[in-house]
Design a protein around this ligand. Structure first.
Ligand code: GLP
Length: 259
């Protein structure tokens, strides 16, 4: 794992966005794996700003999002499809016919999950997978005890994940109990992975992901099995790392020039 520690979340965000922009510049027809969540909002805002000054084009890219809530139609204000349109797709030159999310309102959610996995395979698998990190170690909606070889399927969300995502809904009870998520095995097939985490509340799970034993109890530890993972952190999220000095020796900490 390549561990990049930034002084602030602003430069960490810029770094994650730059990794995506660089990949699209090198390979415009990249298959992107996209994520949702609070962490990604500033990454997408950064990519929109780059796009507006001609710094990045999505015109030839394909994208597959990690997950979607079961039961929500695409136009539901809390669906991840709605999030992606609002935070990214409506503001860049992405071809909407090549931007995919699982269909949360499919009549047969299991069949939809299998179809989505097949579509990722047919696209040649994900080139660059962007990931956030759940407080309980989930990636996508692969909750603790997910098989580390799992493919796209339906997962029951933990109460902690439903609580963490309740801020997007009117009431916690409105947060769906099920989601379709691409699997850990699907993520491990990506050519490269960029995971972004910031804030002190993620410090414990970040340390577990990087330095803990590989275990389904913390699904993000599966990334230790991947050949090309870049973990981008701010200082707060890096604060529990036992080998932090070593990581900073390999890749010196990035200062924020605005401070
Ligand atoms: C959700 C998403 C994950 C995301 C996680 C972290 O559960 N399904 O893909 O990584 O939230 O979210 P945040 O960035 O808001 O902490």
């Amino acid at each position: 794992m390549k561990i990049l520690i930034h002084q602030t979340r602003a430069t960490a965000t810029d770094c994650a966005a730059a990794l995506i922009a660089d990949r699209l510049t090198r390979q415009p027809d990249t298959v992107l794996g996209l994520a949702t969540g609070g962490t990604m909002e500033s990454v997408y805002a950064n990519l929109i700003a780059r796009h507006q000054v001609g710094g990045v084009s999505f015109a030839r890219a394909t994208s597959f999002n990690l997950d979607e809530y079961v039961g929500l139609q695409a136009d539901h204000p809390c669906s991840y499809w709605h999030y992606m349109r609002e935070k990214l797709f409506d503001h860049v030159d992405m071809d909407p016919h090549r931007a995919f999310l699982p269909k949360g309102d499919a009549a047969d959610a299991e069949a939809e999950a299998a179809r989505y996995e097949a579509a990722i395979l047919a696209a040649g698998d994900i080139g660059l997978q962007l990931l956030g990190l759940g407080l309980n170690g989930h990636i996508g909606f692969n909750e603790p005890t997910s098989s580390l070889a799992s493919l796209t399927r339906i997962k029951t969300l933990t109460q902690s994940t439903r609580d963490a995502n309740a801020r997007y809904f009117e009431r916690t009870d409105d947060v769906p109990r099920l989601a379709i998520t691409i699997g850990i095995g699907t993520i491990l097939r990506a050519q490269e992975v960029v995971l972004l985490a910031y804030g002190a509340e993620k410090a414990g799970v970040v340390a577990q992901m990087i330095e803990g034993a590989v275990s389904a109890a913390c699904p993000a530890t599966a990334l230790q099995m991947h050949r090309k993972v870049t973990v981008v952190l701010d200082e707060d999220a890096a604060s529990d790392l036992a080998l932090r000095n070593y990581y900073e020796q390999v890749h010196p900490r990035v200062s924020d020039p605005s401070i």
